[in-house]
Ligand binder design. Structure first.
Ligand code: T3D
Length: 265
């Protein structure tokens, strides 16, 4: 791989923005350039009506090995690691969660440290059955970060979250799926085809309702049932007046496939 190859590959296909982490020689570990490139690509995806879904993937044999530990100065006592997180990984996790479009993640090979956090922050994560997820942080004297301490217990419950975080053991994609850490594990040879098929389906679904689904599910994490019921009613009030709702109901009544606003042919 050439030194000048872009650290992030960006392609647009039928409403799907494919973002491929492209530092395979370091298992797609993030340096500052990749951090900045992915943040910018997410902002552009969010602003572009032609983009209805984002697919995040990694080039080469791994998805992402987390922070690039070869970046100079990381262990310098003058470096404020909290500030590094705030500017980099935390901004990225916030951008993924706040993007008003679905983000699908395809994990092959390793998803370690903050690389696993990024995969878990996506909306729908698929992995190869033999993928390798690890909370690698403890092996270098850190806590799980980039949202991992928030996401892990919510996804797999407190007992498994503690074991994964404290032991730092590697689990396969198949194990990750069976414990609810990710949506689904598939044979490695069909990972990208499966991920693309999920994206194609999402691209044809009503964009406004998908954005609202994401937002309302996230809000549920901090809401009481009463607050959530009120939020659902408020959001449904708006969607009930949308062209997509009218089309969805008309298509049902006319026994034909719905054709939602802006969906690819
Ligand atoms: O520091 C802060 O800013 C705070 C934020 C922290 C967030 C974090 O993500 S902390 C966790 C960081 N990640 C890790 O600790 C994982 C480090 N990597 C590994 O332990 C192993 O590479 C794996 C278990 C993930 C995979 O092992 P394996 O045997 O399949 O591959 P390998 O041979 O170790 O790696 C292949 C190459 O990628 C190798 O380079 P080389 O020797 O062929 O030139 C290796 O050095 C490089 N690489 C792998 N991970 C990283 C990396 N280079 C830089 N940073 C990495 N994280």
């Amino acid at each position: 791989m050439s030194e000048t190859a872009p650290v992030l590959l960006v392609e647009q296909r039928d409403g799907v923005r494919v973002l491929t982490l492209n530092r395979p020689q370091r298992l797609n570990a993030f340096d500052a350039a990749l951090q900045a490139a992915l943040r910018q690509a997410l902002a552009e995806a969010g602003a572009d009506p032609a983009c209805r879904v984002v697919l995040l993937a990694g080039a080469g044999r791994g998805f992402c090995a987390g922070q690039d530990l070869a970046e100079p100065g990381l262990t310098d006592p003058d470096v404020d690691l909290g500030a590094v997180l705030d500017r980099g990984w935390n901004a990225l996790v916030t951008a993924l969660r706040g993007l008003p479009k679905p983000v699908v993640c395809a994990v092959q090979g390793v998803a370690a440290g903050a690389g696993a956090s990024i995969a878990l922050a996506c909306d729908i994560t698929l992995a190869a059955e033999d993928a390798k997820f690890s909370q690698a942080f403890i092996r270098i004297g850190l806590i799980p970060d980039s949202g991992a301490t928030w996401m892990l217990p919510r996804l797999v419950g407190p007992a498994r979250a503690r074991a994964l975080a404290m032991l730092g053991d590697t689990i396969s994609g198949a194990e990750a799926a069976s414990m609810g850490l990710i949506h689904r594990a598939v044979p490695a040879s069909s990972l990208m085809a499966e991920a693309e098929s999920v994206c194609a389906k999402l691209a044809r679904l009503p964009a406004e309702a998908l954005a609202a689904t994401k937002r309302v599910l996230d809000a549920a994490e901090g809401n009481t049932l009463e607050q959530q019921l009120a939020l659902e009613a408020e959001v449904q009030r708006g969607l009930g007046r949308s062209a997509d709702y009218a089309e969805g109901v008309a298509a049902f009544q006319q026994k034909r496939p719905a054709r939602f606003q802006g969906a690819p042919e």
